[in-house]
Design a protein around this ligand. Sequence first.
Ligand SMILES: [Zn+2]
Length: 257
Amino acid sequence: MSRARRWIARVSIALVAVMGLLAAPFVAASWGLAPIADGQGPLAGVRTVKLGFVSAFVLDAGGGRAVLVDAGADRAGVALLAALRAAGYGPDAVLAVLLTHGHGDHIAAAPLFRSAEIVALEQERALVEGAVTARSPMARFSRAKPTGVRVTRLARDGEVLRYGSLEVRVFAIRGHTEGSAAYLARDVLFVGDAASATTDNRARGPIWMFSEDTDVGAASLRTLAGRLRREGHSVRAMAPAHSGPLMGAVLEALAAL
Ligand SMILES: [Zn+2]
């Protein structure tokens, strides 16, 4: 082997090793998670849009209009707009984009929906708009910069939002981020990155690498489970952003965290 080839081989091995190290947290984080199911899937009345490693959700609001939960990582929203079009909605049909939190892979395409309210909890506004950075281990060395997304409606914990025929309850679930929100609509609990579902239908709390405080996050979910039970809400499924859904005993799964 020539010197040049040996050198190329060494560099290649080093590159593979570095890429492996960089990818390890992502692989570990997704291990055992239920796969995201694109399309109508098991969540009747809810369309899942798989955008690579993250999902957004389309909820029908009647009269040819829709509400989105999250808006993916692509500012051009190519796959999201295509999925909406395939379901019979144009961008102007979207009445609201409900942001579960301000991480970049959940908010990017929100400005494309010009006639929609962009909804987030007040505690999350600065992160959504890019006035502050996330406080997770992964984001420790990143700098704040404007995201181009503007929150136009600040939601409060316990609030009920109405869009056409759709009723949405808002819950604060601090932990993954300071202002993480869960939305309950059509008996499905949308939790963003606050929880995931495993292939054996259990819940996992927020992932350390990407979260501000995993203990607080798990406690928020246990508290939410108790509250949903006390208030008598029907919850038939949980829809996380980075895994498939948890079907059935959602409150028991969250209480066990
Ligand atoms: Zn996140």
